[in-house]
Design a protein around this ligand. Structure first.
Ligand code: FES
Length: 188
């Protein structure tokens, strides 16, 4: 056995003060290590997403029945998402805007998928303080720019969901999504 290995009980090593202190230090560190693990496990399991959150981590929407000019509200991660089928007029209105003049400069093409520019998919959450804007439902107020209107403090979004007037600092957020077919959109 190596000459400096820690062996025996502290009592057996009591003739060697240095080794006895080493043993006590090692024992103390081990106890702290065990305590640390015991505390960490419940914290980590609390941080793991629960089954219902995992199930809602993506949302599939069949868009085949949404006519031009209509929008539907879906739910993604417990928040509303607006899926709007833009008309040719709404697309033209969005394209006519000087992007450089916008508070949050983005073209329509930066906010839609290539080949699907008639589909505007945004979170239905006002970027001011989180109210759900109007404009996705039949007959709702679309605001001064024909997109969405947040009645909480008067934010107006245009047909590309870009902030045009009112206190909201940024455009309606575009979530991660993809077209899994011509008629199915997977959000998240
Ligand atoms: S929350 Fe929409 S304008 Fe304030």
């Amino acid at each position: 056995m190596a000459e400096n290995a820690v062996t025996g009980t502290p009592e057996e090593m009591s003739g060697d003060g240095v080794r006895r202190r080493d043993f006590i230090n090692i024992a103390a560190v081990s106890a702290a290590g065990v305590g640390g693990v015991a505390v960490l496990v419940p914290l980590i399991s609390q941080m793991a997403p629960s089954a219902d959150v995992l199930a809602a981590s993506s949302t599939e929407v069949d868009i085949s029945s949404i006519q031009p000019g209509q929008a539907v509200k879906a739910v993604f991660r417990k928040q509303p998402v607006f899926i709007k089928h833009l008309t040719a007029k709404e697309i033209a209105a969005a394209d006519a805007v000087n992007v450089g003049s916008l508070r949050d400069p983005q073209s329509l093409d930066e906010r839609v998928k290539e080949g699907h520019r008639e589909w505007l998919i945004t979170m239905g959450v006002c970027t001011h303080l989180g109210c759900v804007p109007l404009g996705a439902g039949e007959g709702e107020n679309k605001g001064e720019y024909g997109g969405y209107f947040c009645p909480c403090h008067g934010s107006h979004y245009d047909t590309a969901g870009r902030i045009r007037k009112g206190p909201a600092p940024t455009n309606l957020e575009v979530p991660e999504y993809e077209f899994t077919s011509d008629t199915i959109v997977q959000i998240g």
